[in-house]
Each structure stands twice: as structure tokens, then as C-alpha cells.
Write a protein that binds this ligand. Structure first.
Ligand SMILES: [Cu+2]
Length: 242
């Protein structure tokens, strides 16, 4: 028993270091195009780091099991039962509970509050979801079905609803999303940070994120982030055409 702990412990440490290095240097996250994206990505990275020793423990036990208990063809009996070690169990329970509660509070509640922020915005844009398209309504009443154009560095409130079934308003480049529910207006605040289009980053699009029927996967709309002046010009140019 005792001679099992040392190699498993060493493997655990080695795998943990390997995983932490991978998390630190292999970037799997798409580019961030909004302030809110930073909060979400930081939470994601924290969970990746916290998950590394857990994953490493599983890998360590599996690796050691494959090496130490590989079959040599001989018949074997079960080993003796191991009984509960109260100190280990108590420490494990206290530690994991504290960690879980800690993560729920921060980045859980703290991050959510940070993303929601104050209920104030520079502009309000209406988003109406239908099977299988999006209708955009700008502050001047202009509507559009072909793209969502928004001003950079301005805090926009999106009033989201649906005409038929439950959809979900999601812009991957901004990370945040909210359900589009018939008969209910849900709200989302987003501050875009860079000027860009779908050609710059395929994550700059509205993508329905709630399975809503046969056309769900293609229920996407390009997002174009422009300067505030360009945006004002754009919504004036399409006014009356909807
Ligand atoms: Cu949908």
C-alpha cells in the first residue's frame, strides 16, 4: 500500500505541472471583442487551472494501475479491504466544499454582477427571434434582417424576445448570451471593444444557441462593429426602408 502512494503522488505532481503549462500556453479561447468577454474568459481559465490537479489525479491513478497491476497471466485473489481514513475523508470534504462554495461566489456571483453592471446604456437595440431568422430594431425605429451593426465603445442594451419558440441570442465573440422567450423581454448589456466584421472573425455573428427546429444551426446573422459616427449614419440610411 505504502509503496503505491509515492509513485502515484509523483505522477500526480508531474501531470499537474504538465496540465497547468498546457492551460497557460495553449490558447483555446477565441478573440475577445467585448468587455464582458474578459470576465467570462477569466472564469473559464480559473476553472481550467482548478480542474488540472483533478484531471491529473485521475491520470496518475490510471497510469499507475496500468503499470502495477498489469496481467502476468496468474490467477489472483482480491486484496484485503481498505477501511475509511477519517482524517483524509474529513479534509477532502472540507477542502472540496470550501472550493466549490468559493467558486460559486467568485467568479460565479461576482462575475455575473460584473457582467450585468449598472442598468444603464447608451443605446437600446431590439432583437426579435423567429424560426429561423433575427429581426433587429434600432433606436430610430429602423429594422434589419441582414446584419447587426453596432457602435464600438458604447454600452448597448439588447431587448430580446421571440415570436414563436424559445431561441437564444448569442454572439460568440462577446461570450454572453440570453434566452429569447415568447411573451417575455429579456435583457443583455454588451460593450463592444473593437471595430470589425464577420470577415475578421467568424465569431462576430449572432448564433441561435437553443435548439429551436430544423433551421436552428443556420439561424445566424453577421455582426459588424463600427465607430459611433458610422453607426449613426448607418441607422439613418436604413430608416424607413424596413
Ligand atoms: Cu433559434
Amino acid at each position: 500500500m505504502r509503496k503505491t502512494w509515492l509513485p502515484v503522488g509523483l505522477l500526480w505532481v508531474a501531470y499537474t505541472i504538465l496540465l497547468v503549462v498546457l492551460v497557460r500556453y495553449v490558447n483555446v479561447l477565441p478573440n475577445q471583442w467585448a468587455e464582458e468577454a474578459h470576465v467570462v474568459d477569466e472564469a473559464f481559465m480559473l476553472l481550467m487551472y482548478l480542474g488540472s490537479p483533478v484531471m491529473a489525479m485521475i491520470l496518475a491513478v490510471m497510469t499507475w494501475g496500468v503499470i502495477a497491476w498489469r496481467s502476468d497471466g496468474a490467477e489472483r485473489e482480491d486484496g484485503p479491504n481498505h477501511h475509511t481514513n477519517r482524517a483524509v475523508v474529513t479534509t477532502w470534504l472540507v477542502l472540496t466544499s470550501a472550493l466549490a462554495i468559493g467558486v460559486v461566489i467568485n467568479p460565479g456571483f461576482v462575475g455575473l454582477a460584473e457582467i450585468r453592471g449598472e442598468p444603464s446604456s447608451d443605446y437600446v437595440i431590439g432583437i426579435e427571434a423567429s424560426q429561423f431568422f433575427w429581426e433587429i430594431t434600432y433606436p430610430n425605429g429602423a429594422t434589419a434582417f441582414d446584419e447587426l451593426v453596432i457602435p464600438a465603445h458604447k454600452r448597448v442594451r439588447y431587448d430580446v424576445n421571440s415570436t414563436d419558440v424559445v431561441h437564444s441570442f448569442w454572439i460568440p465573440a462577446f461570450r454572453v448570451k440570453i434566452d429569447a422567450v415568447p411573451g417575455l423581454t429579456t435583457q443583455l448589456y454588451i460593450t463592444a471593444t473593437n471595430v470589425g466584421t464577420l470577415e475578421d472573425d467568424h465569431n462576430l455573428r449572432i448564433q441561435c444557441a437553443e435548439l429551436c427546429g430544423a433551421g436552428h444551426a443556420s439561424m445566424a446573422l453577421p455582426v459588424r462593429v463600427v465607430s459611433d459616427a458610422e453607426w449613426t449614419e448607418y441607422i439613418a440610411s436604413i430608416a424607413g426602408s424596413g
